[in-house]
Each structure stands twice: as structure tokens, then as C-alpha cells.
Design a binder for this molecule. Structure first.
Ligand code: HEM
Length: 461
């Protein structure tokens, strides 16, 4: 396949910017003409997927809309109705399907998400807080000049720092950001373990249509997309979820349970996720973290579970094994190629170093964003079947250990062998380590589509 037209695709879709600071603005449109004028003025500011031959920019800006946001531009009815139903409904109305019930139910979300006013997400990433502020002021000035949008709220996020240097750690202390899929035509340094597994054991990029609308997907079909084709092409759908992390609960649970576990605390922490806290895959190094593997791009995502059917090395219910089972369900991984998501996002809130007192009440967690061509087939399936249910992995009703909505009743089986340091172990009475605080589904259009929206030229015929 030839290279994609990367100047027509928003940069946020094609690459994780790896910029340590971010601010997400949430906008509301009051008047369609003024909203279109704003999009027109924003167009030159939006970061595309064009290569950064002269190094990273100081900051980036990207934009996406909820279905209500698209309706606020007065797009034709036939276009609005042609979007997939889950996007039309929005994340709040999908709560029952997603398992967003109990403490995760919409009534407990931040107020921002409750009254259906969010029309647009404007994502700014930057090398420094000052660069983010500067870009934000530039955009706010455009909002004022055009009267195109009201800013409802914003969310700051930032990489956790070590001696002033950004890390890819999240608040529970794990290194994140290894596993993201490769797609055909998307230029990035490909790594074994990131695409799809081939019959000869090598890895190949996934079909472009698993990420972008307008291209063939793994079934050789065009993903379901709105009309006209040119509005959809080079666009994608984004999930935004603000995931609060109960740090005190996590630390206390790990400490208490690991006191009875023969492998010790760090090993139990590694079993939860399927990676040691430094990122070493448990499947490759079950007994200790191995920095040489973490630093080796040929190894740090290059593993499968086929030789570990009992979960003796990496538990069957470990987070990474559940959300990306690789070959664990047989058929050489073919069953999972259509369930892949591309993760973006950063931690928010104050980090608390290990050993210092932490509280659950403080506002901290991960701004989880995922991109996929089909919200229902990809993100929603992973969330519903692999995170909130365990049947595919033969784990009955067990939910994802780390992010499942356990309500104090959850359990997690750590499979083991007969050795003293890798015994079978049961974690019961799982609390919610993570809680949902709100979010929605967004459409991230191409640059062409943004231009069409700005000019009022969307014609479904
Ligand atoms: C607070 C919430 C979460 C935390 C702390 C968390 C943590 C982690 C960590 C530490 C990793 C291992 C690093 C890596 O492989 O890149 C990981 C991987 C992953 N997570 Fe999560 N995660 C969270 C939420 C989610 C959610 C909501 C989803 C999906 C709906 C998800 C899907 C994935 C996927 C697909 C991978 C890559 C697995 C692989 O390719 O092997 N995570 N996560």
C-alpha cells in the first residue's frame, strides 16, 4: 500500500506526539455560522500528520466533535443519521453496554458530562506548560474573535517527571505506552509485537481501515462511515474517558495481599498487569524485571501467550493479556485483529512517590483516549467483553483486575506452579482501583472534512 496523505490526517491520529504536557478544552457551539467560522480560522492551526523534519514543534492542536457538536454545525440530516449508532448515542447512553454502572455510572461523573453540552474536544500538547499556555491563548483569541464557541471546561494532563525529565509511568507506578498497533501506510518505526501476528510468527501492520475511515479493514471491507465518503475519509473515532485512580486503595491492597504471596510484592504487582513496573513483559521474564528487554525495541513488545496456556508465567487475567490477548485464543491471533485500539493520553493530577502518603480523594488518574475506526467493534467490545467480563479468556465473570468495576466483589486468579516463588494465588474482594469520571465519543475529521464543515459544504448526495 502506498503512503497515506498525511497532510490530510490530523497528526494526533497518526502518531503519539510524546509531548509531556497537555490541555484538553471542551467547547460548546451556540450558533452554527459562528461555529463554522471558528473552524475555518482554526484550520491553519490544526496539526497534521506531516513529518517533523525539523524536530518537534513547541505545541500541537487537534480537534474532534461529538455527534451533538456536528449537529450544531447544521450538517444535513442525512449525514447526521449516517453515523454509527453508538456515536450518535454518545458514551453516556452506552453505559449499560460498557459496564459503566454503580460508582462508574453517569450520575457520578463530573458535571461537565451530565448536561450534554460538550460539542468539541480541542487537544493541545506541548513541550512545556508555557508552550501549552501560548497555544491555548492563540485558540481562545480565535474563539473570541469569531464568537464561535464557549469554553465549558478544560483538563490538564502531564507526564510524571523524574528529576524534571518526563517518564511514561502512570500513577500506580507502571511504565506505560509500549503496546500500540502498527497500520499499513502509517509511517512509524515498527516493532515486532505491535501489529498482527502472521502464521510464520512474524508481525505485520494491521489494515489501515482498522484505524482510518475510507480504507479496507481486516475483513477487506470499508468501515461503516458517514456520508458523503469525503467527510469520513481520513477521519476516525475517539473515545475520551477520564479514569480516576484510587492510589491509596491500590497501594494498600497490593501491600496487604503480597504479604501472603510467595513471590513478593513486586512480582504480584507484575502479575496484575503482565508487565513488571519497569515494563518488562512477564511472559518474557517471569521472575525478575530485565532492563535489557525493556530497552530493546525488538523484544519489549515481542511476545505471545501460546506457550503459556495455563497462565503460569503471565496470568490469564492480567491486564495486558486481557486487553490484547495476542495468540491466547488460538487461530494464530486472527480473532483479535479486529479488536485493536490505538491508545493516546496522559496522567493527570499530582503524582505521589512510593512511600509517601497518598489519598484516594485527590483528583488523579489517566486521561484515556483511544482511536479506532469502529467504536462498537473495537473499543466497546474490549471494554464490555474483555474488561468487564471474562468468558473469552475462560475467566467466567472475572473482570480486568486493574480497571474492572469490581465493587468489592471481584476476584483475580494468579495461576502458578509448584515452586515456592510462583505459587497459585487468589486475590479476592477486589475494590475499584479505577473509577470513571466521565467522557464521550468524538469524531476526529480529516483536514478536508474540517474545511467542508467550515464552508458549509457537506452534501450527503
Ligand atoms: C487507569 C487506567 C489504566 C491503567 C493504569 C492502565 C495501565 C496499563 C499498563 C501499565 C499497560 C502496559 C504498558 C503497555 O503495554 O503499553 C497497559 C497496556 C494496555 N492497556 Fe491499559 N491501563 C488503563 C486503562 C486501559 C483501558 C480502559 C483500556 C482499554 C479499553 C486499556 C487497554 C490497554 C491496551 C490495549 C494495552 C496494550 C496491551 C498490549 O499490546 O500488550 N487500558 N495498560
Amino acid at each position: 500500500m502506498s503512503k497515506l496523505n498525511e497532510t490530510d490526517i490530523q497528526g494526533f491520529v497518526l502518531r503519539g506526539y510524546n509531548l509531556p504536557f497537555a490541555r484538553y478544552l471542551f467547547l460548546h457551539f451556540e450558533d452554527s455560522a459562528r461555529a463554522r467560522a471558528l473552524v475555518g480560522r482554526l484550520l491553519p492551526v490544526i496539526t497534521t500528520g506531516q513529518r517533523w523534519d525539523h524536530g518537534k514543534p513547541q505545541s500541537t492542536a487537534n480537534i474532534a466533535f461529538t455527534h451533538r457538536g456536528l449537529a450544531a454545525f447544521d450538517l444535513p440530516e442525512a449525514t447526521l443519521l449516517s453515523f454509527p449508532v453508538e456515536f450518535l448515542q454518545g458514551m453516556k447512553d452506552r453505559a449499560a453496554i460498557l459496564g459503566d454502572t454503580g460508582i462508574n455510572a453517569p450520575e457520578h461523573w463530573d458535571k461537565l458530562w451530565l448536561d450534554n453540552h460538550v460539542h468539541a474536544w480541542l487537544g493541545i500538547n506541548g513541550q512545556s506548560p508555557e508552550a501549552v499556555d501560548a497555544r491555548c491563548s492563540q485558540i481562545q483569541a480565535l474563539m473570541q474573535e469569531t464568537g464561535g464557541a464557549m469554553q465549558l471546561a478544560w483538563q490538564d494532563a502531564a507526564a510524571i517527571m523524574d528529576d524534571g525529565k518526563p517518564t511514561s509511568r502512570e500513577h500506580f507506578g507502571y511504565t506505560d505506552g509500549f503496546g500500540n498497533p502498527d497500520y499499513l501506510g502509517v509511517e512509524r518505526s515498527t516493532q515486532p509485537g505491535q501489529g498482527k501476528l502472521m502464521p510464520d510468527g512474524t508481525w505485520a501492520p494491521l489494515a489501515t481501515g482498522e484505524l482510518l475511515l475510507g480504507y479496507a479493514d481486516e475483513a477487506g471491507e470499508l468501515p461503516v462511515a458517514p456520508v458523503p465518503h469525503i467527510l469520513a475519509c481520513n477521519g476516525t473515532f475517539m473515545v475520551y474517558r477520564k479514569l480516576h485512580q484510587n492510589l491509596a486503595t491500590f497501594r494498600a491492597y497490593l501491600e496487604e495481599r503480597s504479604a501472603q504471596y510467595g513471590g513478593g510484592m513486586e512480582k504480584l504487582a507484575a502479575k496484575f498487569i503482565g508487565r513488571w513496573r519497569d515494563g518488562t513483559p512477564v511472559e518474557l521474564s517471569p521472575d525478575w524485571p530485565d532492563p535489557a528487554i525493556v530497552q530493546d525495541p525488538n523484544r519489549n513488545t515481542n511476545f505471545t501467550y501460546g506457550a503459556d496456556p495455563q497462565g503460569t508465567r503471565c496470568p490469564i487475567g492480567a491486564h495486558v493479556r486481557r486487553v490484547h490477548p495476542r495468540d491466547a485464543f488460538g487461530f494464530n491471533g486472527r480473532l483479535i485483529d479486529r479488536r485493536r485500539i490505538t491508545r493516546r493520553g496522559l496522567p493527570y493530577g499530582r503524582p505521589v512517590p512510593e512511600g509517601e502518603p497518598a489519598s484516594d480523594a485527590e483528583d488523579r488518574g489517566i486521561v484515556f483516549m483511544a482511536l479506532n475506526a469502529s467504536l462498537s467493534r473495537q473499543f466497546e467490545f474490549v471494554q464490555q467483553q474483555w474488561i468487564e467480563y471474562g468468558n473469552d479468556a475462560h475467566q467466567g465473570n472475572d473482570k480486568d483486575m486493574l480497571i474492572g468495576n469490581h465493587r468489592g466483589h471481584g476476584k483475580f486468579v494468579v495461576q502458578g506452579d509448584l515452586s515456592a516463588t510462583n505459587p497459585p494465588f487468589l486475590c479476592t474482594h477486589l475494590p475499584n482501583f479505577v473509577e470513571l469520571r466521565g467522557g464521550d465519543y468524538f469524531f476526529l475529521p480529516s483536514i478536508t472534512a474540517l474545511g467542508m464543515i467550515a464552508m458549509g459544504l457537506v452534501d450527503p448526495r
